[in-house]
Design a protein around this ligand. Sequence first.
Ligand code: PLP
Length: 447
Amino acid sequence: MENEDRKLDTNKLDLHIQVVESQVTEEEVIEEIVDSGKVEDAFYVCDVSDIVEKHRHWEHVMTRIQPYYAVKCNSHRIVLETLAALGTCFDCASKGEIRRVISLGVSPDRIIYAHPAKKINHLLYAAEVGVTTMTFDNECEMYKIKKYYPEAKLVLRIRYDDPTATFHLGEKFGAYPEDAKQLLAVARYLDLNVIGVSFHIGSSRGHNPDLNAFHGAIIAARTVFDEADDLGFHFTLLDIGGGFCGNKGATLYEVGAVINDVLDRYFPETNIDVIAEPGQYYVNSAFTLITQVHTKKVLNGQEIARMYFTDVSVYNSMIDVVFKVPFDMTPVKNRKPNSRKLPSIVWGATCCSNDKISGDIIYLPELYIGDWLMIHDIGAYSISISSDFNGFPLPNVHAFIRKDDWVYLTEKIEQPVPKEKFVFGDSTDKYLLTGLTLPSRYTTNYF
Ligand code: PLP
């Protein structure tokens, strides 16, 4: 009877998150799912406790900096609703992202529209729903905003590049700091309300950003604040962008110490709000992708000893492979833990020969048909950039949370998001839960 009570309601599966005892590990949840024998296709496991823990760590280290989660990084509903409940704000870059966040009951003043080149109909939508704070980096954008949303609060995005970044954003976005004064003069002429400065030094994967870049960017922003002062503006917002590593084991201590120190020196004013736009930090380690080996080629006398074929692809979940981002892959169960690791290639599902999800040769123990592989640190820029190319579906998401974190989270729900808005999953969402009834140690229905 007790077990029956603990089962998920299969009629409402898409509204559920699995709640497990506090000591349960992610590996145990994954093993339980694959051992059930009921899953045929690749799936993600989302450890919601990991997101909760990331937020606690952020609050502990980045004491002065309000996070605006970059929705583009992973807009899965479970992520957004968890972060809304935790009290983060949001960085949206389009009408669609704004709509998605507002539909959760998040107030528009918790959103920054952080795209310096906005489509007019998206800008009008921001005006309609009351998202007032937005970035710009060019004159055309100022004229556009003057015409369509003159009451907006503008944030000048400047360029400052981290040379070690995997994705350099500076070529596309950000005014050179030396051009800031001229842009601000135009803003003055147009009588626009510019309230601060933003930058994004670039997005690194698998490592923390270059600390000198953060250091230099904050100093460059200070110069722009002072120039703005001379022109009669009174800036109150500094937005230090994203780029914080979100891999398992990464911490904010080092990067936070540098940022806090530079902020104390260059922005000692307490009336300046400092915000950031972390994306990957919040979600990367929370997601693991699990895929099954369905075909194997054994090669003799070659550099590569084994080739494995799986049902995930760079197109449906791992586009970062194309940008040379390495992923850590391990078998769910190693049948022969002491066996020699072999140089292997892991292929994606599609007929495309670029669909090589291991990137390069990797060393794996001998795998057999039906074995499952876990791909770690895959929450960022995976789900949100995916297609069903070649007919391979997007992997579903199975979310779980540990009991203590569930209690902590549900206590928080009262305040920032009305409780009735807090619905895990959504039948209109294209990424539903795996649809399993798990004989878990502890599961609960939200409704
Ligand atoms: N903010 C802006 C404007 C971005 O373009 C991005 C990513 O490209 C982010 C925030 C998030 O960056 P990350 O995921 O590296 O933290």
